[in-house]
Design a binder for this molecule. Structure first.
Ligand SMILES: Cc1cc2nc3c(=O)[nH]c(=O)nc-3n(C[C@H](O)[C@H](O)[C@H](O)COP(=O)(O)OP(=O)(O)OC[C@H]3O[C@@H](n4cnc5c(N)ncnc54)[C@H](O)[C@@H]3O)c2cc1C
Length: 507
C-alpha cells in the first residue's frame, strides 16, 4: 500500500490533522492501534476549551490554545459537535490568591485572551451563587467553553474519511522503515505502507514511535488525572467552569459543567510509570471532593454516577513538541500534548500542515472538500411530534434500547454506520449506557445489535477492543436466548470471560 502521508494515532490531535490534510489532494492514512478513534487520552479528559490564561507567554501552548479556542465555534458547527462558551472563573480564597489572579490576568492579556476581568466576591457570586462564602475574588474568562471531547474526535475522523482519508483502526504501528535518513515506510501488524511522510501523534507512546526511527530526543512521562461525573439531577450547580488557582504541575481540581449537562469534578495530577494505569483510587476520590467542595460546597460524593482516569502525555520538555524530527527526515512529531491539547487541536492541525509544506510536501487544495458532517439524530431531544414522525418513517426509532437516556435502535444503527465497533463506541456516540443504571439494561441489547450488524458472534463483541471481553452474564444470557430462538439446546460455554465492567466507570 502507498500513501503520501501516514498519521500515527487517532486521538483528537491525529484526527484534527487528518481532517486538515483532507483539504489537500493527497493520499492520507490515519493509523490507530485501538479498534476505534478517541480510545486514548482524548476520551478521558475534562472537555474544557481553555481560554488561554494559564499558559506561559511565548510558549506554543499559549499561542495554540488561544488560536484553537477561537476556532471552536466554526469547527463545532461544521461537525455538529456539542460545544458552548459557558465562561470560567478562577477563584481566590485569600488575599494572596488574589495576587495569583492578577498574575493570570496579565498572563492572559499577553497571550491575547479576550474579555478577561477581575471580579470581587459579590460579582463572582452574582455570576455563580453556588460559590463558597470564603471566595474573595475571581478572574472571569468569557471565552472559555466546554465540548464533548470524544464526540469531537469521532466527528473529525468521520469527516476526514468522508473527504478521502483512509482510517485503519486496530493497526498498531510496529516499526518504521528508514532509508538514507528518510522515512520510507510504516509497518503495522498487517500492512506495510510506503510513505515518505509520517506524523507522530501517538500520545502516550509518541516517544516509542520516535525511537522506531532512531530519534530519542524526548521522553513521555504519564501524569494521571482522575475525574468524577455527577448525576444530571445536580447539573445546574454551576454554569461556569470553576478553577482554583493552579498548582505547579496542573490547573488544579475543577468543577466542570459538561457538554451533556452533568457536573464533573477533577482531575487529580499524579505522575505514574505505567502508561496503561487508568485506575481510580480512594485517595484520588478524597482529594477531588475536598478540593471541589472548598470552592462549591454543594458538590457531593453521593451524586457520583461514574468515574474514570486519563493520562496526560507530559514530556521531558516544558512545552508541546511540534517539530520535524532532527534525526529522520520526513517525520514530524506532535508529542507531549498535555492540557490544553484538546483546545489547541484545530490550531495544531493547521500548524502541522504548515510544517509539512515547509519541509517539502507538495499539497494542492482538493476540489470538493466538504467540511460538514451531518448531525446524528438525538431522539431524546426532539419534541413529541418530531419523535412520532420519525417512528412513522422508521420503526427502529420506536424501539428504545437505553431507557435511562432514551436512546433508540435507529441511533445505535447510525452509530455503527459511523464507525462504532464496540459497546463503548456505541455508548460514547449515543449515550446508551451513560445514565443512572450505567448499562445494566441496555448493554446486552447493544451487544446483540452490534453482533447482528457486524456479522460477528456475540462473544466477539467487546467493551472497548480485544483486551476487554464482556462479562460472562450478559453474553451467556444472550447466547441462551439466541439458541432458544433458533430452537437449539444449550451451547458451549462462553470462552475468554473476565469481569471488565466497572459499575462506576462511565468511560
Ligand atoms: C485528566 C485530563 C484532563 C484534561 N483536560 C483537558 C481539558 O479540559 N482541555 C484541554 O484542552 N485538554 C485537556 N487535557 C489534555 C487532552 O486530553 C490531550 O491534550 C489530548 O487528548 C491529546 O490528544 P492526543 O491525540 O495527542 O492523544 P491520544 O488521545 O492519547 O491519542 C493518541 C493515539 O495514538 C494511538 N497510538 C499509540 N501508539 C500507537 C501505535 N503504535 N500505532 C497506532 N496508534 C497508536 C493511541 O491508541 C491513541 O488513540 C486533559 C488530559 C487529561 C489526562
Amino acid at each position: 500500500m502507498k500513501a503520501d502521508v501516514a498519521i500515527i494515532g487517532a486521538g483528537v490531535i491525529g484526527a484534527a490533522i487528518a481532517r486538515e490534510m483532507a483539504r489537500y489532494d493527497l493520499a492520507v492514512v490515519l493509523l490507530e492501534r485501538e479498534v476505534e478513534p478517541a480510545f486514548g487520552t482524548s476520551k478521558a479528559n475534562s472537555g474544557v476549551v481553555h481560554a488561554g490564561f494559564h499558559s506561559a507567554p511565548g510558549t506554543l501552548e499559549a499561542s495554540l490554545c488561544v488560536e484553537g479556542n477561537a476556532m471552536f465555534d466554526e469547527i463545532a458547527a461544521e461537525l455538529s459537535v456539542p460545544f458552548r462558551r459557558n465562561g470560567c472563573l478562577m477563584v481566590a480564597m485569600s488575599p494572596e490568591e488574589v495576587d495569583v489572579l492578577r498574575e493570570h490576568l496579565d498572563r492572559g492579556r499577553r497571550n491575547g485572551v479576550p474579555g478577561l476581568r477581575l471580579l470581587d466576591a459579590g460579582e463572582a457570586r452574582a455570576l455563580e451563587p453556588g460559590l463558597a462564602p470564603e471566595v474573595v475574588g475571581a478572574l472571569h474568562a468569557p471565552t472559555s467553553g466546554i465540548v464533548c471531547p470524544y464526540q469531537l474526535t469521532f466527528a473529525l475522523v468521520e469527516n476526514a474519511v468522508a473527504n478521502g482519508v483512509r482510517f485503519m483502526a486496530g493497526s498498531p504501528v510496529t516499526s518504521l522503515h528508514v532509508r538514507e535518513g528518510r522515512i520510507a515506510a510504516v509497518e503495522t501488524a498487517e500492512a506495510i505502507i510506503e510513505t515518505t511522510w509520517v506524523v507522530n501523534a501517538a500520545g502516550l507512546f509518541a516517544d516509542q514511535i520516535a525511537a522506531m526511527a532512531g530519534d530519542e530526543s524526548f521522553e513521555i512521562r504519564p501524569r494521571k488525572g482522575e475525574e468524577y461525573l455527577l448525576d444530571k439531577r445536580v447539573g445546574s450547580l454551576v454554569r461556569s467552569t470553576v478553577f482554583p488557582v493552579p498548582t505547579p504541575v496542573s490547573k488544579g481540581i475543577l468543577v466542570i459543567p459538561t457538554a451533556d449537562g452533568n457536573i464533573m469534578v477533577g482531575p487529580t495530577a499524579e505522575d505514574v510509570s505505567d502508561r496503561l494505569d487508568l485506575a481510580t483510587t480512594r485517595a484520588g476520590f478524597e482529594a477531588v471532593f475536598a478540593a471541589a467542595r472548598r470552592m462549591v460546597p454543594a458538590v457531593s460524593p453521593r451524586d457520583v454516577i461514574a468515574s474514570f482516569a486519563g493520562l496526560r502525555a507530559a514530556s521531558s520538555e516544558r512545552d508541546f513538541i511540534i517539530r520535524p524530527s532532527g534525526v529522520t527526515r520526513g517525520m514530524v512529531h506532535v508529542a507531549g500534548i498535555e492540557s490544553p491539547g484538546l483546545t489547541a487541536a484545530p490550531a495544531i492541525a493547521r500548524m502541522v500542515v504548515g510544517i509539512l509544506r515547509d519541509e517539502g510536501l507538495e499539497a494542492r487544495a482538493r476540489r470538493g472538500f466538504n467540511p460538514i458532517r451531518p448531525a446524528p439524530v438525538r431522539f431524546s431531544q426532539l419534541s413529541r411530534a418530531e419523535q412520532a414522525r420519525l417512528v412513522e418513517s422508521d420503526p427502529s426509532f420506536g424501539r428504545i434500547v437505553c431507557r435511562c437516556e432514551t436512546v433508540t435502535e435507529a441511533e445505535v444503527l447510525d452509530a455503527i454506520r459511523r464507525g462504532a465497533r464496540t459497546v463503548d463506541g456505541v455508548k460514547l456516540r449515543t449515550r446508551a449506557g451513560m445514565g443512572r443504571c450505567q448499562g445494566g439494561f441496555c448493554m446486552p441489547r447493544v451487544m446483540k445489535i452490534l453482533s447482528r450488524e457486524l456479522g460477528v458472534p456475540l462473544e466477539a463483541i467487546t467493551k472497548r477492543g480485544p483486551s476487554s471481553p464482556i462479562a460472562p452474564y450478559p453474553a451467556k444470557a444472550l447466547l441462551r436466548e439466541a439458541q432458544e430462538e433458533a430452537g437449539d439446546g444449550p451451547g458451549p460455554a462462553v470462552a475468554h470471560v473476565s469481569h471488565h465492567m466497572s459499575p462506576a466507570t462511565g468511560r
